[in-house]
Design a protein around this ligand. Structure first.
Ligand code: DQA
Length: 147
């Protein structure tokens, strides 16, 4: 079974209570459980990882290459706008990557409009809330099938 890794960056562990007007009221545990369930229905083996630490995310991306992960789905949180290290890790392992944001970052503050990850990602999904993770999974399924 093809392996998919879902990575969520800083503060996304606070989903459910964090700025619910922007991010909604669902918890990360709830979103991850739905993700794993949908992956299984698509014959994909999903793992999830969340960290508030940039280095831990870099290490997890390196591990994904050793684990033969085929697609990384990542919401880098605020590191989207700051982290050359996460961008370089993704480029370094060369695993197809889909960038996801719950909110539409282009409708928000100017500093959220730039993503260091976008140039090394296959594509980006932003503004659909938790549905974006499932959309990314459907795209991953097609990418793996080569269609
Ligand atoms: C986010 C958008 C980022 O700008 C922000 O720092 C986050 C969440 C999103 O999912 O909409 O932490 O990545």
């Amino acid at each position: 079974m093809s392996k998919i890794l879902l990575i969520n960056g800083p503060n996304l562990n606070l989903l459910g209570t964090r700025e619910t007007d922007i991010y909604g009221s669902r918890t990360l545990a709830d979103i991850e459980a739905e993700f794993i369930e949908e992956a299984a229905a698509l014959q994909l083996q999903a793992e999830t990882f969340q960290s508030n630490n940039e280095g831990a995310i870099v290490d997890r991306i390196h591990q994904a290459a050793k684990d033969a992960v085929e697609v990384i789905i990542i919401n880098p949180g605020a590191y989207t706008h700051t982290s050359v290290a996460i961008r370089d890790a993704l480029a370094g392992v060369g695993i197809s990557t889909i960038e996801v944001h719950l909110s539409n970052i282009y409708q928000r503050e100017e500093f959220r409009h730039h993503s260091f990850v976008a140039p090394v990602a296959k594509g980006q999904i932003a503004g659909f809330g938790p549905l974006g993770y499932l959309m990314a999974l459907w795209a991953a399924r097609r990418m793996i099938a080569g269609s």
